[in-house]
Design a protein around this ligand. Structure first.
Ligand SMILES: Cc1ncc(COP(=O)(O)O)c(C=O)c1O
Length: 367
């Protein structure tokens, strides 16, 4: 199989599996327990917390482990009361848009528009604060899961500096693909997910500024410093830590490999008449290419590629199968019918030049 859907999920790195294995059987103690096997497990969580913190340049106390990016995004919004106004970019993941809209009236919920390249403009951000109901929290993702577009979060933070607003960024698709520094970006909250960086599924983190209070989604035993109750998913947390460590350590070589493959892929795609690569001219994470071909149906093409044993996406994993055009592309002003032709390729570490060549040949024969 040619697997070109790494933004949906990644396979586990062998080194991550190795790190996780002892925590399924040998070290099975409850990390809250005071006896030895509990303490050993607690210290493994401490190490993982340090590894995740180091990957984004924060202190370990700022990391709250969650069940993934979705929970981290939901939890991020719990730093402000749900009766306060919220703003989020039009291209956010549903795990921001849905909870943001929940229980809020329309005039307390602002969608920040993006331009034809999928970028939030400073004027759109500025406009938020010219109105009566000023947002208490703004959420703009660092890198988009569909087109890979990287937002200028540091500039947004600068613009919002004196506005008494909490700035959240969903960095789920950015970690492991570009340098991610919580401090340099100037954000107050950041969401991360393990299974996008060759770690296990069902694990992630919310990184939080020290002085920000949070209303937990889960209450009970008081784990994660009273911010996320529930016995910790130890093996997954250990795996996430290891994956984060490797992502930081190997960032340069991973980026180089992905860029080489993507350049090759884009060159091949450009030989197909009328094919358009979305947001081609703006900065994108190195593994992602989203394209459309007028007159084609993206989901149909996806199924045909599947028959040839090639796995791609027609949008984000959560929306594919819904038969609807990508809301990310329509937010960029792309016509609905054309947006429905979209295919997303997201490359990964184990992909090869041969696979890219093979894909281009198969795609040409199908088109
Ligand atoms: C940008 C973005 N945010 C959040 C998520 C959700 O992460 P998880 O699958 O860990 O819940 C995803 C997953 O596709 C994503 O791409």
């Amino acid at each position: 199989m040619i697997y070109f859907d790494h933004n949906a999920t990644t396979p586990l790195d062998e080194r991550v599996i190795e790190a996780m294995l002892p925590y399924f059987n040998t070290f099975y103690g409850n990390p809250s327990a005071l006896y030895r096997v509990g303490r050993v497990v607690r210290s493994a969580i401490d190490v993982a917390r340090e590894q995740v913190a180091t990957a984004v340049g924060v202190s370990a106390a700022q990391v709250i482990f969650t069940s993934g990016g979705t929970e981290a995004n939901n939890l991020a919004l719990k730093t402000v009361s749900s009766d306060l106004p919220i703003a989020f970019s039009a291209v956010e993941h549903p795990s921001i848009i849905e909870p943001a809209r929940k229980n809020r009236q329309r005039d307390y919920c602002f969608e920040i528009s993006v331009d034809q390249n999928g970028l939030v403009s400073s004027s759109a951000l500025d406009a938020l604060f010219q109105q009566q109901n000023k947002p208490a929290i703004v959420s703009i993702m660092l890198a988009n899961n569909e087109n890979g577009v990287i937002q200028d979060i540091a500039s947004a933070a600068h613009l919002l500096k004196d506005k008494q607003v909490v700035l959240h960024t969903d960095a789920v698709q950015a970690l492991g693909k570009i340098p991610v520094s919580f401090r340099k970006l100037g954000v107050n909250l950041m969401s991360l997910s393990s299974h996008k960086i060759y770690g296990p599924k069902g694990c992630g983190a919310l990184v939080i500024d020290k002085d920000i209070a949070i209303e937990p989604l889960l209450v009970g035993g008081g784990q994660e410093n009273n911010r996320r109750s529930g016995t910790e998913n130890v093996a997954a947390i250990v795996g996430f830590g290891k994956a984060a460590e490797l992502a930081l350590l190997e960032l340069d070589q991973r980026t180089e490999h992905l860029l080489m493959l993507r350049n090759m892929l884009q060159q091949g795609l450009k030989s197909i008449p009328e094919l358009v690569i979305f947001a081609e001219r703006v900065e994108r994470i190195p593994n992602t290419v989203q394209f459309g071909i007028p007159g084609m149906d993206g989901e149909m093409l996806l199924m045909q590629l599947d028959q040839k044993n090639i796995a791609v996406s027609s949008g984000s994993a959560c929306t594919s199968g819904g038969g609807r055009a990508s809301t990310v592309l329509t937010a960029m002003g792309i016509e609905y019918k054309f947006a429905k032709s979209a295919i997303r390729i997201s490359l990964g570490q184990t992909n090869t030049e041969t696979e890219v060549k093979q894909f281009i040949e198969v795609l040409k024969s199908l088109v």
